[in-house]
Structures are given as C-alpha cells and as structure tokens.
Design a protein around this ligand. Structure first.
Ligand SMILES: *[C@@H]1O[C@H](CO)[C@@H](O)[C@H](O)[C@H]1NC(C)=O
Ligand SMILES: *[C@@H]1O[C@H](CO)[C@@H](O)[C@H](O)[C@H]1NC(C)=O
Length: 358
C-alpha cells in the first residue's frame, strides 16, 4: 500500500512540472496560430454528429466531464489530445468540429477539426461504417481555406495555413475495423503488404497537405491496440486469458517503426517542412501495464457500462454499470481512453515531440 502511494505521489510531482514547463513555453509565443486536425475517433470532436452513421457519441454519458457536462461527439468523458494541445499552444482549450453548426470561420480561424470516427487511411475503412473518408477530410480542408481567405484576407490566411500545426491521428481502424474484420483487404494483402499500402496513402496525404500549404505536420503512431478492452475481451473469449492481444500490439509496433522511416523520408523531400512522429505507444503501454503507478484503478476494463465491449450506442446513459469516477480508469469505453489518460499522454508528447513547434 505504502509502495503504491509513493509511486502515485511521484506522478503527481511530474505532472505539475510538465504543466509549468508548458506555461513557460507558451508564454509570449504565437508561432502556431491554429491547430488543424485530421483523423478518426481518437480526435473527432463532433463531425460524425452531422453525418448518417451509427458511429456516434453525442449523448450521455459521453462528455460528462467536458465543459458544461456536454456530449459533443468526442468519444471520451472529456477532452482529447488535440484539445489539450490547442490549449498548450495558448489557443482555445478545445478544437471544434468543422461540421458543427454551432461554430463558424470566426472560430475555425484558430483551430478546426476534420476528423471522423471510424475512418482510416484506406477508403475501405471509412466504407465499413459509412463515415468521412480521408480524401473527403482533405476536400473540407480546401473548402476551409476558401472561407478563411474570405474572412481574413489572402495574406493572413496564407500565413495561418503555413504556420498552423497539422495533427493527424488514424490507422487503428484500418487494422481492427477493416483488415481483421472484413475479408476484402485480407484476401488482397498480407498484413505486411497492407502496412505498405497504408503507408503509401499516408505519404500521399502528407504531400497533398504540403501542396496545400501545410509545413508543420504531426503523424500519430498507433496505440498498443491489442490492449484496448474490446480486444482483451475478444482474446479472453478466444480462450487466451484476460491479457492483451500481443499480435495486434506487434502490428502497431512495426507500423509505427515504418511511419518513423516515412517521416525521415518526407523531411528529406519536402523543403521547409517539419514532419514529426508522435508515438505515444510506449508511454501508453506503461500506463496500461501499471495503472496504479499513475493513479488509476484499472486498465483491463473501461468505465462505461460493463467496460468489456461497449462503445457508441451501447454505452448509454441508463446503463447501471457505468463507473462514477472516470479518473480511476485508463479507458472510457471499450475502444477509447479517458480524458485523464489523454492528458497524461499529451503531456508526454508535448514534452518529447511537439516541443520543436513552440
Ligand atoms: C460567426 O458566428 C458569430 C456568432 O454566432 C456571428 O456573430 C458571426 O457573424 C459569424 N461569422 C461569420 C463570418 O459568419
Ligand atoms: C479513395 O477514393 C477517392 C475518391 O473516390 C479516390 O480519389 C482515391 O484515389 C481513393 N484512394 C485510394 C488510395 O484508392
């Protein structure tokens, strides 16, 4: 018990010092005028609310720890990494969704989110649950640029577009929702060929963003996706015990390594660009393996409902099993971390990777 408390205190000391450092870094700096987000449910702040898909989270208990206890469409009890990053750069403490009718270009001039839960690099991934494909996110970005120019003028808009921080976070669904669930890609590609196929799309995507004026680009690595409660449950019922699916974790590890190689290549090929890999895999795995060292009670099951398989509509307000304090859980629903986990991982990434942009 004493041992455990000591470790907890240790993390309590680390977190405020990271925060202090961020405040110092942000002070007086306006180098990043906007945060522009592309990706999946790890960063979607409400775009799926506006489209016809079953993959939504704009109802309670989602968002119960967000401003006003409001469900926004974030797959979380509170804020996500991109919200914390925006705040760390001295911008709004959250990044609104492009399709959210409650916001317009006045808001989006300092941050806009094109992400769609359930999407991926591969068009076939977004087809599974009828969500916004990556190419369409880019089309929305082009439309945004026009609106931005009309709002602030060409010169200022170009400056915002060049200096903004572009954060992209996707890939998990390409493997879990698409490759390992549907037959098409699996019959077409070996797992290694599929990784190469996705990396080709990622490369073209970054080059397209660059062509559209982006210079500061963050690619996010995959999480230890075999440890998501949903995959642990599947593993358990597959007779393998209540442990992470190591084969999925290994896919994530090797994909992240290949992303690292791609990032080096892109920096060599795109003059004036700074592309970085944000890879929270190991920090996340540490939290999952030793939740108590970070003040959590468990990482094996999620807060919402039974914590074993529910997300989206299965994680509903009336479920009596939903936990009362999400801060004790690493995972909010069977697929997504809690706000507290997001905050810990974001602090880590701000200090180790995104510091080059302050
Ligand atoms: C954006 O919304 C605000 C508040 O609703 C409104 O005052 C403003 O005129 C709108 N701006 C544009 C460019 O539509
Ligand atoms: C995805 O679909 C879009 C629109 O049909 C198409 O332009 C693009 O080439 C497709 N991407 C890939 C990698 O097939």
């Amino acid at each position: 018990m004493g041992h455990r408390q000591q470790k907890y205190r240790f993390s309590l000391i680390i977190v405020p010092s990271v925060f202090l450092m961020m405040v110092l870094m942000v002070d007086g700096s306006n180098k990043v005028p906007a945060i522009i987000v592309f990706g999946d449910s790890s960063v979607d702040s409400g775009n799926n609310n506006q489209i016809s898909t079953v993959l939504k989270s704009n109802f309670e208990p989602y968002g119960r720890d967000f401003y006003g206890g409001r469900p926004t469409g974030r797959f979380c009890n509170g804020r996500m990494s991109t919200d914390f990053i925006s705040e760390a750069f001295g911008l709004r403490p959250f990044v609104p969704a492009y399709l959210d009718p409650g916001y317009n270009i006045t808001d989006f001039a300092q941050g806009v989110n094109f992400a769609s839960a359930g999407t991926g690099y591969d068009n076939a991934t977004s087809d599974v649950l009828n969500v916004i494909p990556l190419w369409k996110e880019v089309e929305y970005f082009k439309e945004y640029q026009k609106k931005l120019k009309a709002y602030v003028g060409d010169k200022k808009a170009t400056n915002i577009i060049n200096q903004a921080l572009y954060i992209t976070s996707m890939g998990t669904n390409d493997f879990l929702e698409n490759y390992y669930t549907m037959n098409d890609r699996r019959s077409q590609y070996t797992i290694d060929q599929f990784k190469v196929f996705l990396l080709g799309i990622a490369e073209n995507f970054v080059k397209e963003l660059y062509g559209l004026g982006a210079r500061k680009i963050v690619l996010t690595g995959l999480p230890p996706m075999g440890c998501l409660p949903l995959e642990r449950t599947t593993n358990y019922f597959g007779g393998n015990g209540d442990v992470c699916m190591e084969s999925y974790n290994n896919v994530a590890l090797s994909f992240n390594a290949k992303l690292g190689v791609l990032v080096k290549k892109l920096n060599g090929e795109l003059p004036g660009a700074k592309v970085v890999l944000s890879n929270p895999y190991f920090a996340f795995l540490q939290i999952i393996k030793k939740p108590s060292a970070f003040g959590f009670e468990t990482s094996a099951t999620a807060c919402c409902a039974s914590g074993m398989f529910e997300m989206g509509y299965l994680c509903d307000r009336l479920n009596p099993f939903t936990c009362t304090d999400a801060n004790k859980y690493v995972f909010w629903d069977s697929f997504h971390p809690t706000e507290r986990t997001n905050k810990l991982l974001t602090d880590y990434v701000l200090k180790r990777v995104l510091n080059v942009f302050f």
